[in-house]
Design a protein around this ligand. Structure first.
Ligand code: ATP
Length: 286
């Protein structure tokens, strides 16, 4: 059941982001939900009486590895109870003339068929377009002499415009290069809500560090010397993905210390394995 009554609607403020594995993005999550989803969970009659239209699409933009995919997938899952469809811009591109356009049309196929059959009772189909810049660069900017790129952009715009008559689709485009996108895609009625997912601040980095050390902490692998607050301070300009990488690197230093290089088959006493602050320092140095 897509349309819920108001008291069934979950409140982003009551979500435990740490449990979901999303750090430092509470505000952005709230913004995305309010702009693109809040109106979706009300019955169409309410929207009609308010005299507004649904947002059809949004763009999440920002540096690589900041959690754009993470947040889009999670919102999709929460709303539908199933994984949203994720497509990758470069994957849609096909070297055969016409095939890319067909790939784009197919993406919308399931949602269109369900809407035809069930109308307003259709589930919400969330289509996540990762690296949308790969297929939607400014028209005229790709000078390969074929004009194929422009045709693909036009096909996508036609599809997005067609969503007007379908109430059951939400497109989420993602990019690190908003500046390259064809502006027509970003106009009202298309990917009109733009949310920046930037690098995490210190509090955000602390949350991300906690998320990626939860397991080792629960299983007593995290040494008392590890000061996550201090690490949050030391990781200025790190993205979420880079923080995850740092944790992995610290663990590799810790594990390495417990190996006997002269006898690699020797059983390791894993009770004694501890990831220490020095491991994190070594990882940072690296
Ligand atoms: P890209 O633009 O390169 O596709 P992205 O912004 O979509 O990157 P993700 O793919 O969501 O980034 O992040 C990669 C991985 O980094 C995630 O699977 C997660 O493990 C970790 N990560 C990134 N951001 C966060 C975050 N805010 N909280 C927790 N983990 C994060």
């Amino acid at each position: 059941q897509r349309h819920m009554t108001t008291n069934q609607i979950f409140k982003p403020s009551s979500i435990n982001f740490e449990e979901l594995g999303i750090g430092g993005l509470g505000k952005q999550f709230g913004d995305i939900f309010r702009r693109a989803f809040a109106s979706r969970v009300f019955p169409p009659s309410v929207i009609e009486r308010l005299g507004i239209r649904h947002v059809k699409g949004m763009l999440l933009h920002g540096p690589p590895g900041t959690g754009k995919t993470l947040i889009a997938r999670q919102i999709g899952k929460m709303l539908n109870g199933r994984e949203p469809k994720v497509v990758n811009g470069p994957e849609v591109l096909n070297k055969y003339v016409g095939a890319s356009e067909e790939n784009i049309r197919n993406l919308f196929g399931d949602a269109e068929a369900e809407y035809k059959e069930k109308g307003e009772a259709s589930e919400l189909h969330i289509i996540i377009f990762d690296e949308i810049d790969a297929i939607c660069k400014q028209r005229g900017s790709v000078r390969d002499g074929s004009g194929v790129h422009d045709t693909i952009v036009n096909q996508l715009l036609t599809k997005v415009d067609g969503v007007d008559s379908l109430n059951n689709i939400l497109l989420i485009g993602m990019t690190n290069r908003k500046d390259l996108l064809d502006e027509a895609l970003l106009r009202p009625g298309r990917l009109e809500v733009h949310v920046e997912i930037g690098l995490p601040d210190q509090a955000g980095r602390h949350e991300i560090l906690r998320i990626h050390t939860t397991k080792m902490s629960k299983n007593s692998f995290l040494d008392k010397s590890v000061d996550l607050l201090q690490l949050a301070e030391l990781t200025k300009n790190f993205s979420g993905a880079e923080i995850e990488g740092l944790v992995g690197s610290a663990v590799s230093f810790a594990l390495n210390r417990h190996l006997d290089m002269t006898n690699l088959s020797k059983t390791i006493d894993d009770e004694n394995v501890k990831v220490t602050m020095s491991d994190f320092e070594a990882a940072l140095e690296e």
